[in-house]
Design a protein. Structure first.
Lengths: 277, 269
């Protein structure tokens, strides 16, 4: 079985990447083409594979080769059901989760070469550049951080004095992020709130973790003021060590979704954590 | 003056995210236990695409939004009871499986057939919308397959913002790595847009819009062609729900200082 691996860097346009990628798939002469599932590949590789007459699968998390048979694993239903399957179609383009791409290449004994990209064809699209999400300031999304810090809608609720303390919540969250270097995640309910959008300008839908958000890979995760409902927790599938702070001892986290649940006021706990850090 | 828009939104149903999903084997391949009975919702990202389409259409008089949905007819009918109240659209239904184990290429082929069959649709001036992935198959490839087959050469995925000018040029923000956006401009249609969450809230139910939509929804469901969609060339060896249950330790009545110290020690460990 011939396997070729390509790395993909930078950004490009669909119009120019599709013909370049399709030519690379054809030119590789390989039965299996491995590519990291970065945004550029996800945008253009499906059409490129189709143009090259190849089959394609994305979001692959494991690849097993036995003789001429290759089996891959990927999740269906947003990290709820793990599937393992094979295909007879060749060539077969496999987009591997970017964080696992190096390990998969090493396991299969292949070295990735840069993917030719950006064919000289006319396009109506002009790339203007990369901009940070949110309303200015430093990005709160840090994929390489060992810690994920999730803020839930509870940060916007009325406190013991009967008033919401959005500014205080924002200061506590950003203070923790600055001191811990954690990546900021959010529940859908928080980023959907208009009042949160105004007060938490460092946060956007890009921070959303879960069914309709991202599925980050951090070694540890700390959830605060978040109920741990299943649609959110499916985004924690690859976070190994989990802790949560919530006032409700019967919240979703308590139902086997975290290692430790502290039943406490996250405002007070996180302020103290910030002091200690 | 800006021309009316034609926006084709590809989107179908997925199980309600709060439902427990259990894979089972069926004669057609893997499926879900009680799949026909599971409550469904419009795929969340496709729903964002539909709301964004409706919002754009509202800005140009005479614009039309088509929702091309591949799914079991009976479940589509049920779904339309709620979705039809959200935004004005014309349903183009295709009767077939909408599960997460079906082959994206076969689904795309059926969607292309349905789009080509829309009377009076000029593909050269159409915006093709969809979710950047589905909450069922979650492959993120179907829209690109459809675009490629229809000869649409401009495609943007995981889009959160689209600003349209009167001359049909538009700018988009696509999600890329590290919490960043790729900003691009496109000089005109046709184009395919795979939406992430966008920026619009879910519209409130509007019974008047619902009644207007349902007049066309029922005939569309009645004449929905049967789609030939299955697992395609995929040979499944395993479909399982891995055990994700942890032995949660619930710590009540701990002093705030002690909790904070324990969390800091855990972070630093």
């Amino acid at each position: 079985m011939t396997i070729k691996a390509y790395s993909i860097e930078g950004n490009g346009t669909f119009a120019q990447d599709v013909p370049a990628f399709a030519a690379a798939i054809r030119g590789a002469g390989a039965e299996i083409v491995l590519v990291p599932g970065v945004s550029r590949a996800k945008r253009s590789m499906p059409a490129a594979a189709m143009r090259a007459g190849a089959a394609i699968d994305t979001n692959v998390v494991a690849v097993q080769a036995e003789g001429d048979k290759l089996t891959v694993q990927r999740w269906a239903y947003r990290q709820r059901i793990l599937t393992a399957f094979t295909r007879v179609a060749r060539p077969w383009v496999i987009l591997v989760d970017p964080s696992l791409f190096g390990d998969v290449c090493a396991q299969l004994g292949v070295t990735a070469e840069p993917m030719p990209s950006g064919a000289a064809v006319e396009t109506r699209t002009t790339v203007n550049g990369v901009v940070a999400a949110g309303k200015g300031g430093e990005s709160t999304i840090k994929p390489d951080s060992p810690l994920l810090f999730v803020a839930g809608a509870g940060w916007t609720k009325k406190q013991a004095d009967g008033a919401a303390h959005l500014d205080e919540a924002a200061a506590t969250i950003t203070g923790f992020l600055a001191k811990s270097g954690a990546s900021l995640g959010s529940s859908k309910s928080l980023v959907d709130m208009p009042e949160a959008a105004a007060a938490f300008s460092f946060m956007s839908h890009m921070n959303q973790v879960g069914q309709t958000g991202s599925t980050p890979r951090h070694a540890k995760g700390l959830a605060t003021c978040c109920h741990g409902e299943e649609p959110h927790v499916v985004g924690w599938r690859f976070v190994n060590e989990r802790r949560a702070v919530n006032l409700d001892a019967n919240c979703g986290w308590a139902q086997g979704k975290t290692d430790v649940l502290y039943v406490a006021d996250a405002f007070a706990v996180m302020k103290k954590v910030n002091e200690l850090l | 003056m800006a021309k009316p828009l034609s926006i084709v939104v590809c989107g179908s149903l997925v199980p309600d995210p709060l439902q427990t999903l259990e894979p089972v084997q069926t004669p057609q391949g893997p499926g879900l236990k009680n799949e026909q009975m599971l409550p469904s919702v419009l795929d969340p990202w496709a729903a964002c695409a539909l709301y964004e389409a409706a919002n754009l259409a509202k800005q140009r008089a005479g614009s039309k939004v088509y929702l091309v949905a591949l799914g079991p007819k009976a479940k589509l009918q049920q779904l339309m009871m709620t979705v039809a109240q959200k935004a004005p659209f014309t349903l183009v239904a295709v009767n077939g499986p909408a599960g997460g184990f079906t082959d994206a290429a076969e689904a795309a082929t059926e969607l292309v057939k349905a789009i080509k069959g829309i009377p009076g649709l000029d593909l050269s001036s159409t915006l093709l919308f969809g979710g950047c992935a589905s909450a069922s198959r979650d492959a993120g490839v179907t829209l690109q397959f459809v675009a490629e087959t229809l000869g649409i050469t401009e495609c943007f995925m995981a889009v959160d913002e689209l600003k349209l000018a009167d001359d049909d040029s538009f700018s988009v923000l696509e999600r890329i790595e590290g919490g960043q956006y790729l900003s691009s401009t496109c000089s005109g249609f046709p184009a395919a847009i795979g939406w992430a969450t966008g920026s619009l809230p879910e519209p409130p139910n509007n019974p008047q819009v619902g009644m207007m939509n349902m007049r066309a929804v029922m005939p569309a469901l009645m004449k929905a062609p049967v789609a030939n969609v299955g697992v395609g060339g995929i040979a499944y060896e395993k479909t399982e729900v891995p055990s994700a249950k942890r032995d949660t330790v619930v710590k009540k009545d701990m002093a705030v200082d002690d909790i904070a110290k324990e969390i800091v020690d855990w972070i630093r460990a």
